[in-house]
Design a protein around this ligand. Structure first.
Ligand code: ATP
Ligand code: MG
Length: 567
């Protein structure tokens, strides 16, 4: 159902600037009409929703133009990378609904890249520099001032070949020397001022073990990997725009003029309000125990959103709505919440749950009687059918649905007033019992038997409708409510403040005393529900492990985005 909805929306939308470029390349007959993209994550963390934006584009372009999209792990820094991340990345891409053609690793090309580096040394286009990284940085110059050439820049080819080989044998410690491209220390593009190609790393690699002691830099690996694979359109985020001339420079050394060549196109990153979108910072949250792991439902990771109850369709619809541009900005998280609300409204069955229960006794209802009331599963979708909910003399309602002395506009339960119990009867509150501390212990009401749903008096005008569950015929549950992880709209901009000070101390509320209707006994992990009047929830996978029902609130019912939009 939502599958077709996604496609219809995609079809109607006009082309984004990348699709226009692709269509133009096809029209010009470039690369024999072949379209090939790749999604190139570094396996140094879990994917976040920003990556979902790149995934939808990389796989989306391939799908739209009958091309292929490969998954390539950009595993050029063994210190930070791990197979745990490789596995999670695969799972998250598939959950979003995409399938790669092949899986590659930048490490597949270590030999080819090494050979290419040797070729550049032989051509006098690369040299081994023995200066410290500090000195090299100082010599870089500024965009308006040329850099200073290294004293090692003109060392003989034979010496460079020998040193590079020995770097890779492990003869030198890390940082002792590097291999640099010999391009132009006066270039107006800083990335051309003899960029680093290789550095020494002694840490074992998660795939190649201790085979290599030199590892290529991103700029020396990415374009060439694209080239070796046959990528036609290499899509990445705007910060790589200034790297593009270097990308082209290395590809120029490999490609035949007029023949196949990959091209890099940049688009704006996704940033969301009240969160951070960098693996480094997300890793810090996990490592310091500030959240409960990568899939904590407060995290902007794909697995976090999955656990929180977001659907792949809602994430894709959101990405589709925000589009692709050349300008960086920050997107209101309310837009993402709007997308999940819209999707769950169409698919989530309506059930009853009481988060902060107080007992309501229907004093004129026979003791021991149980009536099964029909509850419509989804008013948006007649095909979803209905289920039954037990009505009994003792019920639970929300504590804040009752007020002893209520203001005029309080249309919930208060002595002397009538209120409707959803799918059941109209009841009139007759009083309550308080404990010594003045807290309400029980509320009393009388029901009108002629007002059962479907009966003649059921249409009687009463202003409020409350949700409820039977006291005996309901189940205990834990409910977890989430709020934004950071208190400020754009934590990454608050450079002078410590990241810890910006965290919202109330981002997680755990309610352990909730009651849910019996229907939820059948719920499976990740199943979605609308708890009437409260929001969308899903069953947390911890439920199985801990042998009790645990629900996460995906999103509340109130749509702040629609309000913003309509202003
Ligand atoms: P981070 O800065 O969060 O660590 P990254 O860019 O280092 O992210 P990679 O694993 O290198 O992460 O990214 C894989 C792909 O995802 C790249 O093409 C990158 O441009 C893209 N990407 C990363 N973050 C975002 C984002 N916030 N929005 C859109 N695309 C992104
Ligand atoms: Mg990166």
């Amino acid at each position: 159902m939502s599958e077709t909805r996604v496609n219809e929306e995609e079809g109607k939308k006009s082309l984004n600037f990348i699709e226009l470029i692709v269509e133009n390349d096809l029209a010009e007959g470039k690369n024999d009409g072949r379209i090939q993209t790749r999604f190139p994550p570094e396996p140094n963390g879990y994917l976040h929703i920003g990556h979902a934006k790149a995934i939808c584009l990389d796989f989306g372009i391939a799908e739209r133009y009958n091309g292929i999209c490969n998954l390539r792990f950009d595993d050029t820094n063994p210190v930070k990378e791990d197979v745990e991340y490789v596995d999670s990345i695969k799972e998250d891409i598939q959950w979003l609904g995409f399938q790669w053609n092949q899986i590659y690793y930048a490490s597949d090309y270590f030999q080819q890249l090494y050979d290419f580096a040797v070729q550049l040394i032989k051509e006098g286009k690369a040299y081994v520099d023995e200066q410290s990284s500090e000195v090299i940085a100082q010599q870089k110059g500024t965009p308006t001032q040329p850099g200073i050439e290294s004293p090692f820049r003109n060392r003989p080819v034979e010496e460079n070949l020998d040193l590079f080989e020995r770097m890779n044998k492990g003869e030198f410690e890390e940082g002792r020397m590097i291999l640099r491209a010999k391009i132009d220390m006066a270039s107006s593009n800083m990335h051309f001022r003899d960029p680093i190609m290789y550095r020494i790393i002694h840490h074992p690699h998660h795939r190649t073990g201790t085979e290599w002691k030199v590892y290529p830099m991103y700029d020396f690996a990415h374009g060439q990997s694209d080239y070796f694979e046959g990528v036609t359109h290499s899509l990445c985020t705007l910060e790589f725009e200034v790297h593009r001339p270097l990308y082209d420079y290395y590809v120029d050394q490999l490609a035949t003029p007029g023949g196949y060549r990959p091209r890099q196109i940049e688009f704006n990153r996704l940033n969301l309000t009240y969160t951070v979108m960098s693996k480094r910072k997300l890793l810090q949250l996990v490592k310091e125990g500030l959240v409960n792991g990568w899939d904590d439902p407060r995290m902007p990771t794909i697995c976090g959103y999955r656990r929180r109850g977001f659907t792949p369709e809602s994430v894709r619809n959101f990405i589709n709505k925000i589009g692709y541009t050349k300008y960086d900005g920050i997107i209101d998280v309310a837009l993402l919440e709007h997308a999940v609300r819209e999707d769950l409204n169409a698919r989530a069955p309506r059930v009853s749950a009481v988060l902060d229960p107080v007992k309501l006794i229907i004093t004129n209802y026979p003791e021991g009687q149980v009536e099964m009331m029909e509850a419509i599963n989804n008013p948006e979708n007649p095909e979803a059918g209905s289920h039954e909910i037990a009505f009994t003399r003792e019920l639970f309602i929300e504590r804040d649905d009752f007020m002893e002395e209520a203001p005029k506009k309080f249309f919930r339960m208060t002595p002397g007033k009538e209120v409707r119990l959803k799918n059941a009867y109209i009841v009139k509150c007759t009083g309550m019992k308080k404990n010594d501390a003045g807290e309400i212990e029980e509320i009393y009401a009388e029901y009108d038997p002629m007002t059962r749903s479907g009966m003649p008096d059921s249409n009687r005008k009463v202003k409020g409708t409350l949700h409820w569950v039977s006291a005996e015929n309901s189940l205990p549950a834990e409910v977890r409510l989430y709020d934004r992880l950071f208190m400020v709209e754009n934590p990454s901009e608050e450079k002078e403040k410590d990241f810890h000070e910006l965290l919202n101390p109330d981002s997680l509320t755990i309610l352990t005393n909730c009651r849910v209707e019996m229907e939820l006994e059948k719920a499976k992990p990740y199943d979605h529900f609308q708890f009437q009047r409260l929001g969308y929830f899903n069953l947390d996978p911890d439920s199985g492990k801990e042998g009790r029902l645990i629900f996460s609130r995906t999103v509340s019912l109130k749509d702040t985005w629609s309000k913003v939009k309509d202003k």
